[in-house]
Write a protein that binds this ligand. Structure first.
Ligand code: FAD
Length: 297
């Protein structure tokens, strides 16, 4: 099923993001984790596409397995990094063969060794070009990335919103945002998008922290604001992973409660291939998939 057909005005989708493990033997562990996650009836599972080619072949394989063997809808991430148009066409063929209907079209992060994104000769320079190519190829449902705190390479927020508009005009059906820890950033971003006549659903990305080292890793990727009281609490318990997870989970619950009161189209959790903390959040939210207004009626 196409995810665009799940996005309705009165409902909130639930989705989980996982990544292909670096070692092949760990795929079974991932499938067991997904088996746990699907207990709370997500609308779809998204599978990331490894930066720089490390795990990218596994994305299609894992996405096909989740769709065809686990009977779950999937959003397969796809990036422009290191691929020509012909390479991308072959991946689209494989996605089609695997009965996959939904793609998150991204420019991609460069491999660590390169540091900056370099367009592959015969490939694409920006995600909007990839969206155009997919639209021409076939009727996939297409998602694109949005950045509540601006993409790190964009000069201004206005430029970044203009880019988002280009991606949506090229044919994107919905937006999933970069992770954030302060909801006001998301609300401001959503207002700017609406003011720029971007009318497709925007799903916020939630990252429940469970390990202190994640803070610097996330910082190097997208540098989100983290509320100082949360940072201070996490610093005090930095060597006690259970306590870090407790504070990270509590924060994510508060964030989601507020988002659900503010008319979001969905909740998308970056699970980091772990289920217990996310299942706790969903339990605490008593998530029904209905927007606050419509369930109150
Ligand atoms: P684009 O939309 O192409 O934008 C890239 C930059 O170029 C932005 O600064 C934009 O403002 C600017 N720009 C765009 N068009 C133009 C133009 N015409 N002229 C000038 N500037 C322009 N990365 C992975 O490698 N694998 C993944 O699986 C993955 N999953 C992700 C999932 C989500 C939900 C998100 C939010 C990000 C994900 N990323 C992933 C990270 C993403 O690839 C990076 O953030 C990347 O740096 C930008 O990708 P994009 O698709 O947003 O790029």
């Amino acid at each position: 099923m196409k995810i665009r057909d799940m996005l309705h005005n009165d409902t909130v989708t639930l989705s989980f993001e996982v990544f292909p493990p670096k070692r092949e033997g760990n795929v079974e562990v991932l499938y067991a984790t997904i088996g746990d996650l699907i207990q709370c009836n997500p609308n779809f599972i998204s599978v990331t596409y490894g930066a720089g080619g490390s795990t990218r072949d596994m994305t299609v394989e894992i996405a096909s397995h989740i769709k065809n063997e686990m009977d779950q809808e999937v959003l397969a991430h796809l990036t422009c990094v290191g691929s020509t148009r012909d390479d991308i066409r072959r991946i689209l063929d494989d996605l089609k063969d695997g009965h996959l209907e939904n793609i998150l079209a991204l420019r991609g992060d460069p491999p660590k060794s390169e540091g900056v994104f370099i367009k592959t000769e015969g490939g694409f320079g920006y995600a909007n070009e990839l969206v155009e190519f997919i639209v021409e190829y076939d009727d996939f449902c297409i998602a694109v990335a949005g950045y509540p705190e601006k993409h790190t390479e964009a000069t201004t927020m206005a430029d970044d919103i203009e880019n988002l508009k280009r991606k949506v005009d090229a044919g994107a059906d919905f937006i999933i945002t970069q992770l954030f820890f302060i909801n006001d950033h998301f609300y401001r971003f959503r207002d700017l998008a609406i003011a720029r006549k971007i009318s497709v659903p925007i799903i916020p990305g939630i990252f429940p922290l469970f390990n202190y080292s994640q803070i610097s890793r996330i910082g190097s990727l997208c540098d989100p604001d983290i509320p100082s009281p949360l940072l201070e609490k996490l610093y005090k318990v930095r060597d006690k992973s259970e306590e870090v997870q407790k504070y990270g989970t509590e924060h994510a619950i508060r964030q989601c409660e507020d988002l659900l009161k503010n008319d979001v189209s969905g909740l998308h959790f970056c699970c980091m291939n772990k289920s217990d903390h996310v299942l706790e959040i969903i339990r605490e939210l008593s998530f029904t998939g209905q927007k606050a207004d419509s369930s109150d009626e």
